[in-house]
Design a protein. Sequence first.
Length: 288
Amino acid sequence: MLDWLIQPFDDFDFMRRALVGSCIMALAGAPVGVFMTLRRMSLTGDAMAHAILPGAAFGYLLAGLSLGAMTLGGILAGLCVALLSGLVTRSSHLQEDTNLAAFYLISLALGVWLISTQGGSVDLDHVLFGSILALDNATLVLLAGIGSISVLTLALLYRPLVLECCDPTFLRMESSLGPVVHFVFLALVVLNLVAGFHALGTLMAVGLLILPAAAARFWARELGPTLALAAALSFAGSSSGLLLSYHADVPTSATIILCLGSLYVVSFLFGSANGLWLQLFPREHLQA
């Protein structure tokens, strides 16, 4: 059993790099995902994950398989979609989710169109579903940089972020940080989605943020433990997915997301904070 767990990482550099990348994204992405679930932005994150595709495709058209160009293009595309949807929302009667859906669909279609213009020179499956086993040292450095920015920013804006989740109206009334916190957090979401894009592609990247965060909320009631548990669950699900995909010879990205999804289902059924088991069979309370 021990060989089954250790041997792939001991024998192959690409497995070790994938494991390191999973650890980095767990530490940075899962806490961002917790705040996304608290702010009811889970589907917003999914839309923004699709929105980075045209930017990455345009970066490829300009510079080929350049890590910097594709990353910068993805970040700019995600931020543009977020800002444009907010601008149209303030200038029309449509809700923000409607405008965001419209812009992300346009972005996704544009990205697929840009990739298709290159014929067979770009693997669409690689862009949509990623390849965490192909992470190189330069990509790991990029992920580490994004992770460091995310952790430091969350630490600096922790209190206003918590307040905005609980009572955004009060934050706007008492402080000028409200809009700043909102747009900085959107930028963090885009950064982590771009990091996930390099590993799992545009269709799977948001799963690294949302699934561990949603699972952790079934086990912890306080924010601090929820953040730590989300990161631990993200790493556990990612490393399990890497091992299963290696031994079963199945697609890695989908296996990682299925493992994270399995943790979510188990948490929903047996979570100690609000799992289904406790709802069906509540604990007896002490009586005086």
